[in-house]
Design a protein around this ligand. Structure first.
Ligand SMILES: [Zn+2]
Length: 253
């Protein structure tokens, strides 16, 4: 059965955050350790990665996953692209450029951030290779039919996706009606809920709960989480059908 693995459930800083001291009780809970937001969809013979967190290498090895057959970059904020260099080891092994899907404006960012991935080098110099492509409306990979839709993250567009009855909507402050229509009748929705306080570019806790009440998925998981959330304390306050995502969470769809 196709499965989504939450590689990272943390906000852009990760949790625990650099330079912050936390109570030992907080750190003792493994689910309070959150790498940057990313999922991978495991299909039949092919896996599709959504975003390249700075911890990509650690996330994949932690989960015992070795294959990546295509990548979606939802947008080019640092927490979603800084692991792209790690794709090098897979490009070297497969001798193929990695297919990377992103909006046109984000393809330009990827070329600017990783210019060496597009340059010629003498034999023996190994660099990652990206085959950039526009985000299609739909694509099939590993027997999964993935539908893509655009949401707003403050002023910028972000790609969300749906496969079967599973949807992943990260880095979102507004879901336009075109995407809203495609998020009906879900079994599972993984949704941005960055922190308790309102945020200009993200759904916060109360707003994310409202959206879940309107979309009515059978199960919602909040992701892109800051250190506001203490996994078990918050979990006890959540209504039925809503839970916090955590690194390593697996969802079949
Ligand atoms: Zn982010």
């Amino acid at each position: 059965m196709p499965t989504a693995v939450v590689l990272g459930s943390g906000t852009s800083n990760g949790v625990p955050m650099l330079g912050v001291k936390y109570p030992p009780e907080y750190l003792a809970e493994p689910k309070n350790h959150r790498t940057r937001a990313s999922i991978i969809l495991l299909g039949d013979g092919a896996n599709f990665l959504v975003d390249c967190a700075p911890e990509l290498r650690l996330q994949m090895t932690r989960e015992g996953l070795y294959e990546i057959d295509g990548v979606l970059i939802t947008h080019t904020h640092a927490d979603h692209v800084m692991g792209m260099d790690d794709l090098r080891s897979i490009c070297i092994r497969t001798r193929r450029p990695m297919p990377v899907y992103a909006y046109e404006q984000y393809q330009a960012d990827i070329k600017r951030i990783f210019p060496y991935a597009f340059m010629e080098f003498p034999p023996g110099v190994e660099v990652p290779r990206f085959h950039l492509a526009d985000v299609p409306d739909e694509m099939e990979i590993g027997g999964m039919r993935i539908q893509f839709m655009e949401v707003r993250h403050g002023k910028i567009p972000v790609t969300s996706l749906r496969v079967n009855d599973f949807a992943y909507v990260t880095d979102v402050s507004e879901i336009p009606s075109s995407a809203w229509g495609k998020l009906q009748g879900l079994e599972t929705l993984v949704l941005d809920a960055v922190r308790y306080e309102p945020h200009p570019n993200h759904f916060h806790f109360a707003r994310a709960l409202e959206v879940v009440q309107e979309l009515r998925p059978k199960q919602a998981y909040f992701t892109h989480l800051s250190h506001d959330y203490d996994h078990y304390k918050t979990s006890a306050e959540l209504p039925a059908g809503v839970a916090l995502a955590y690194d390593g969470l697996r969802i079949e769809f």
